[in-house]
Each structure stands twice: as structure tokens, then as C-alpha cells.
Write a protein that binds this ligand. Structure first.
Ligand SMILES: Nc1ncnc2c1ncn2[C@@H]1O[C@H](COP(=O)(O)OP(=O)(O)OP(=O)(O)O)[C@@H](O)[C@H]1O
Ligand SMILES: [Mg+2]
Length: 308
């Protein structure tokens, strides 16, 4: 399971589950949409709503902050974990591989593993779920790299990747199977920065305003319909991205002095958007398989190899 700051992705090898990473503590008296919602609860007298339920019934100012170092393992994060386990129909002994941003891996991984190991009992809607978790915590960007390279027979000696997410971009480098700590890190810059830039641009140029989800869709489609007229925003997006991605390029320039000898993959939901800008610094950077799924699928592969 990959709980991103924007999207939560999970797979059990057969099925994929995707949830918006939105969590909110429910009002104690609330009945939600005639019981259409599935509140999550693991403590007496306290319920959480996630994803569509949180968006439909929660107050935006009460949403858990997903863009913080404290996000992994927080109550909102746990509510999303339980919602995913509930949706996948997991019960009993379960191996769970999840991740934290590369930048804080050494600080956060072991505390998170300890917080997750063992018995969990929670309600997912009306269903009581009991699981015994055997957790492993990996750096998110390594998960992605593992997915991409797990299928290659012969690994390049120096391999690196950038995982471009919603609020962060993580990167890692591996030389002959060993992570190189100085070449791994991350910064608080993702597609949300481009979405904000696009919002300003559309307001200024077209007097057009919409909601956050739509801005993110526009980043993918490159076309906006302004009061019935279709307008291509691809050139504007390219210019905006070149400008706004600069802090990431500066970080990569510093962290990867030897980038010319590495094979570099770019993944995550921001890959298509960021790749042209990254190629200004690293002309040989390639797109990674899997899009938003590469981290979660890599974690699944790690879970299966470590079981054997
Ligand atoms: N199929 C898709 N569905 C939704 N969003 C997508 C899709 N493809 C690309 N995106 C874009 O990618 C972003 C999500 O990317 P990703 O899932 O890698 O981020 P994340 O893991 O939530 O964030 P972070 O890694 O910063 O915590 C969305 O905000 C959107 O801009
Ligand atoms: Mg991510």
C-alpha cells in the first residue's frame, strides 16, 4: 500500500484499490447519507471518514494534513490503511509493505513498522475486521524502482529514479543493488504546484476558475473547455512546468553530480508533466512503467520476494 499525499494506491496482486488521500474525523452524532458512507473506527466513540465519504460529508478545514512529515502513521493515514484493508477483504495474518518518503526514511521507517506490527481490530462500515499485520516499510521511490527493474534480467550498474507525486518528489540512486544515501532525497514539490500555477494562468487569461480535482485533470488532458470553447493549454503547461520545477532540477543537479553515468527513470503521477523539464538537466531520462501505480506495485513485488 502506497499512501501518497494525494492518492492512496494499493494492490494484493489481483486487485487494485485507489482512494483520494482525504481523511476526516466524523462528527459523533452524524448519520452519513443514510448510511451510504463507510466510517472507519478503531477506538471507542471515534469514527473517521475517508476518500469520497470525507469529501461528501467532511469539512475541508478539518481534513488531515497529508503534506507533513507526521502524515505516515497518523490517525488519518491509519483510517486510509483500514479502508484499503476493508476494501481488499483482508483478514488474518497479512504481510503489508508500505512506504515513507525517501527524504525521511531513516527517521520514520522503524517507528512506523513498530506502530503497525501485530493485531488490529477495526470497523469498516458495519463489518468488523481483524488482522495480524507483518509490516515492512520501504522508501517510496525505491518501491517504484523495484517495480521497474524487477522485470529486467540484467540491471544497469548505476540506476536512479525520480518519483513525481502530488505534493512531493522523491529520488533515489542504486549502485549495484545498494542505495547511495547521499544521492537519495526528496523535496516538497509536486503536481499541486503546477495545478496552482495553472489556476492562476486560467484566471488571468480566461477568467476561468474551477475546483482542485478539475485542475489536476487538466494537467493530464492538456485541454480545457472554457464556456463551450476548447482551448489547448499544452504550451502554457510546458512553460509553467519549466519554471516551477526548477527547485527540483537544482536539487537533482546537486545530488547527482555523476548523473551522466546513471540510467534514470521518471515515474509517479507527475511523470509526463515533469519529464520534459527533467530532460533539460538529464537528456537521457526515461519514463518509468506503471504511472501512479509503480510504487504500490513495487511494494507488492517486495512483499512476494521476501515471503519466499
Ligand atoms: N490516472 C490518474 N489519476 C489521478 N491522478 C493522476 C493520474 N495520472 C496522473 N495523475 C496526477 O498525478 C498526481 C498523483 O500522483 P501520485 O499518485 O504519484 O502522487 P502521490 O503519491 O499522491 O503524492 P506524493 O508522492 O507526493 O505523496 C495527481 O495529483 C494528478 O495530478
Ligand atoms: Mg507518491
Amino acid at each position: 500500500m502506497d499512501v501518497g499525499s494525494g492518492l492512496t494506491k494499493a494492490t494484493d496482486g489481483d486487485r487494485r484499490e485507489l482512494l483520494a488521500s482525504v481523511a476526516v474525523r466524523a462528527r459523533s452524532d452524524g448519520r452519513y447519507g443514510g448510511d451510504q458512507a463507510k466510517p472507519i473506527s478503531w477506538r471507542d466513540g471515534e469514527r473517521w471518514l475517508v476518500a469520497e465519504d470525507a469529501i461528501a460529508f467532511g469539512e475541508p478545514q478539518a481534513y488531515s494534513n497529508t503534506c507533513s512529515k507526521e502524515w505516515a502513521g497518523s490517525d488519518g493515514w491509519r483510517a486510509l490503511l483500514y479502508a484499503i484493508l476493508g476494501r481488499l477483504g483482508v483478514s488474518g495474518r497479512t504481510t503489508l509493505v508500505t512506504g515513507v518518503p525517501m527524504a525521511w526514511y531513516h527517521e520514520l521507517a522503524e517507528p512506523l513498522r513498530k506502530a503497525l506490527v501485530g493485531h488490529h481490530r477495526f470497523h469498516h462500515g458495519a463489518t468488523l475486521v481483524e488482522v495480524e499485520l507483518k509490516p515492512q516499510v520501504v522508501p517510496q521511490s525505491v518501491g517504484a524502482l523495484y517495480y521497474h527493474t524487477g522485470k529486467l534480467g540484467d540491471l544497469p550498474a548505476k540506476l536512479a529514479n525520480v518519483d513525481c507525486g502530488t505534493y512531493t518528489s522523491g529520488f533515489s540512486a542504486i549502485y549495484r543493488d545498494r542505495p547511495i544515501i547521499n544521492a537519495c532525497g526528496g523535496i516538497a514539490l509536486g503536481t499541486s504546484v503546477i495545478a496552482a500555477g495553472l489556476a492562476e494562468y486560467l484566471k488571468r487569461e480566461y477568467h476561468y476558475q474551477t475546483d482542485l480535482w478539475t485542475y489536476h485533470e487538466l494537467l493530464q488532458s492538456g485541454t480545457v473547455e472554457v464556456r463551450g470553447r476548447k482551448v489547448s493549454i499544452k504550451p502554457a503547461l510546458r512553460d509553467l512546468t519549466l519554471l516551477l520545477v526548477r527547485p527540483l532540477l537544482e536539487t537533482l543537479e546537486r545530488s547527482w553530480p555523476n548523473r551522466d553515468e546513471m540510467v534514470v527513470y521518471v515515474g509517479g503521477g507527475g511523470a509526463d508533466l515533469f519529464l520534459p523539464a527533467i530532460r533539460h538537466l538529464i537528456p537521457h531520462a526515461q519514463k518509468m512503467d506503471g504511472g501512479i501505480w509503480s510504487v504500490a506495485e513495487g511494494m507488492y513485488l517486495l512483499a512476494t520476494v521476501r515471503q519466499e
